[in-house]
Design a protein around this ligand. Structure first.
Ligand SMILES: [Fe+2]
Length: 298
């Protein structure tokens, strides 16, 4: 059984590319890569040519998840498995592979309109063009663990959970059922891929209508101080903090959440654990955070 190695990139459709560039580069610490003015901006987080891809779009939402395979054989085998289960998986064009900076890719679309791209062979930047952040003390924790994670808010959370588990084949890490507002509970299921970031994706069943496909995306730093420094930069820039500093009981992530220029949040974290399938036990938790992550009082 071929399986996904990690979440290698995310594609966001954003209304205001300039605001996003200021946010991602000056506040979060990414590096602007190649661009097509007014249409496209690649953001770098490491030696790859791109990790976060911004496309001009009125949607202000996540457009695609890039699922990485270690070998071309694993990619082909995986696509054959999906097709064998009746999933409509199309081969991506050479033009799309070029835009994503990968060798080959395939794609399918889930019930919530999010594209899942399956690829092999992400391109590295030239050695002379090393990644440089203008503000990070350390680096982004990417490499084999991938770009980070996203939390999908399915129109029907149960269906989304089944899609990730049964169709995509990512494995359950754990579940949290917690209160998000007085009397309103939310169930979140967390899924890891092959290289073991605690979750590359989670699905949330939110007890009220939600306008986006995702609640947030997450990027992780290798230095705990970068969480505090990024938090200070958000405050200095007057950006809305959705949840202050806090700690999640399941992935052990120390983080905060800031509202992006697209309205959904970005979690900036440190210290997330890596799952070892040989010893991992799936647990259920009853709170989303063991301390902090409070909504700021206006
Ligand atoms: Fe998160």
């Amino acid at each position: 059984m071929a399986s996904i190695s990690t979440l290698g990139y995310m594609v966001l459709g954003v209304r205001d590319l300039n605001a996003w560039e200021r946010f991602a580069v000056d506040v979060i610490g990414m590096q602007a890569g190649r661009r097509i003015p007014g249409r496209f901006l690649a953001l770098r987080m490491d030696e790859r040519e791109q990790r976060l891809v911004l496309e001009a779009s009125g949607e202000d939402d996540m457009l695609a998840a890039g699922w990485e395979f270690d070998t071309e054989e694993a990619l082909d085998e995986y696509v054959a498995q999906l097709r064998g289960r009746g999933v409509d998986v199309a081969a991506g064009s050479g033009e799309l592979a070029e835009a994503r900076r990968v060798e080959r890719l395939f794609a399918c679309v889930d019930g919530d309109g999010l594209r899942h791209e399956f690829y092999f062979g992400a391109r590295r930047a030239a050695m002379s063009d090393a990644f440089r952040s203008g503000v990070l003390k350390g680096a982004f924790n990417t490499g084999r663990l991938g770009v980070g994670h996203f939390v999908a808010v399915g129109k029907d959370g149960g269906e989304a959970q089944a899609f990730y588990r049964q169709v995509l084949g990512v494995r359950v890490s754990d579940y949290i059922r917690g209160e998000v507002a007085p009397g309103a509970t939310m169930e979140v299921a967390f899924f890891h891929a092959g290289t073991g970031r605690h979750h590359s994706v989670a699905t949330a069943q939110i007890p009220f209508p939600f306008p986006k496909r995702i609640h947030h995306i997450m990027v992780e730093a290798t230095d705990m101080n970068d969480v505090g420094l990024a938090y200070d930069r958000c405050i200095a820039a007057g950006l809305p903090i959705e949840m202050g500093l806090g700690h999640h009981p399941n992935d052990q992530m120390f983080s905060f959440y800031v509202k992006t220029p697209s309205g959904f949040a970005l979690e900036f974290g440190f210290g997330g654990i890596v799952v070892d399938d040989a010893t991992w036990e799936v647990k259920r938790y009853s709170q989303l955070s063991d301390w902090g992550h409070r909504h700021p009082v206006a």
